[in-house]
Design a binder for this molecule. Structure first.
Ligand code: ADP
Ligand code: GN1
Ligand code: MG
Length: 373
């Protein structure tokens, strides 16, 4: 980050902390959508750094109505805060707080339309891009189950839809077909592989939406983006302490959430690995995530919910592969990329993960049956 950028970010950060001297701003985390920074604040004249907060530039190309994102976050925050006051959890559990500007607003907009917000920093925590062992995997399952448990009485219709079509898999298929028809992408074995995988599996796109339409799966409050690096772990205890990245909370199927947690948590090679052919779905981690999830989510799940867990894993993996591939074909307009083929590589990873899930269908189903008992 150059000096000019640093000065600009410090001035923006100052709006969220008018009384204190901003000591520094540095890039933080590894998200694909927003730009995240850690701000350090010097509380004394000498500027000893004693506090931090998170500063984020919302991607307004993705979130066209960012005020609605903040409205949802506030509804969520207040709901969960009140619930935890009544029935606290038996562990450290933190809901990121929205910091107000000195004008009392939940966000700050620059003259050129950039949309900034700040959140309290969850101290002594860290996130992981991949799960390294069963204990961690169990914890991400617990964290998602806790999120669903704490929002099970938050009426989903109170939440605005901040990203139309998000996790409506048939919509992504339609978009893919439109983009493909216009694209003049050069063919390669990798591109052909992706084209074939999508063409063989179009039916997958309808499984969860059909279950929703027929009333088998109800609408609930969902997180929308519970991949493993959106779960924070306490550095001292190694226990999950928070769920972050709350931009996509909305009314939907919790299956997309559980599927997303499993597809990201059971891929120890990670989403960004170059050697995509080595990607495998790890069933031991799957078992641990499900055990953690069901330890808190069992109370509100129905018989049908269990029936669709396997489908949820393959549908969301297919959906994400399709989203990355479509974005590659469209010229990388949605996900942040580091080089032009980045989204192609990401889609190959997800599609290989999907093949591994399909190859282990009966084993995964056994794990689901065992965990549900
Ligand atoms: P993106 O939408 O780009 O993924 P996130 O909101 O997930 O942005 O933030 C990126 C990363 O920053 C997260 O994966 C997490 O590691 C870290 N992070 C976000 N919010 C907080 C917070 N309040 N406290 C500590 N770390 C955070
Ligand atoms: C994006 O923001 P981030 O990096 O946590 C994306 C998710 C994808 C994920 C894949 C709003 O999540 O849907 O599953 O990338 N978020 C949005 O890494 O599109
Ligand atoms: Mg994130």
């Amino acid at each position: 980050m150059d000096h000019h950028e640093q000065t600009k970010l410090m001035a923006i950060a100052q709006n969220f902390s008018p009384q204190q001297r901003i000591a520094g701003v540095s890039p933080f985390g590894s998200g694909n959508i927003n730009d995240t920074f850690l701000v350090t604040v010097g509380l004394t004249e000498k500027g000893i750094e004693t506090q931090s907060f998170i500063l984020q530039r919302l991607n307004t190309n993705v979130f066209r109505e960012p005020q609605l994102v903040m409205q949802n976050m506030r509804i969520y925050y207040e709901h969960v805060r009140d619930r935890l006051k009544d029935i606290p959890l038996d562990r450290r559990w933190i809901v990121p707080q929205i910091l107000s500007t000195h004008q009392g607003k939940d966000y700050y907009q620059t003259e050129n339309g950039e949309f900034w917000r700040s959140l309290s920093f969850i101290e002594d925590s860290q996130s992981f891009d991949v799960m390294e062992n069963r204990e961690q995997a169990r914890e991400v399952g617990y964290a998602l189950g806790t999120f669903h448990h704490l929002t099970s009485d938050l009426l989903p219709e109170k939440l605005a839809d901040t990203l139309e079509g998000f996790h409506i898999t048939p919509r992504y298929l339609l978009q893919y077909e439109e983009v493909l028809a216009k694209s003049n992408i050069s063919r390669s074995p990798e591109v052909d592989n992706c084209l074939q995988i999508v063409s063989d599996r179009k039916g997958l796109a309808y499984i969860l939406e059909d279950a929703k339409a027929s009333g088998k799966l109800p609408l609930r409050t969902m997180h929308g983006d519970p991949k493993v690096n959106n779960i924070l772990f306490d550095k001292q205890t190694n226990l999950a302490v928070s769920v972050v990245d709350l931009d996509t909370i909305k009314s939907g199927l919790v299956h997309y959430d559980l599927g997303d947690c499993l597809r990201s948590g059971c891929n120890p090679a990670g989403e960004e690995i170059e050697n995509w052919e080595s990607v495998e779905f790890n069933t031991e981690l799957c078992e641990a995530i499900l055990q953690g999830y069901l330890s808190t989510a069992r109370s509100f799940l129905t018989e049908y919910d269990y029936d669709y867990i396997y489908d949820a894993i393959r549908v969301i993996t297919f959906e994400l592969g399709l989203r990355f591939f479509t974005d590659y074909l469209a010229g990388n307009v949605y996900f942040n990329v580091k080089y032009p083929e980045h989204n192609l590589l990401r889609s190959l990873v997800q599609f290989r993960l999907l093949e591994s899930i399909e190859a282990q269908e009966s084993e995964i189903n056994q794990i689901i049956i065992k965990a549900s008992k």
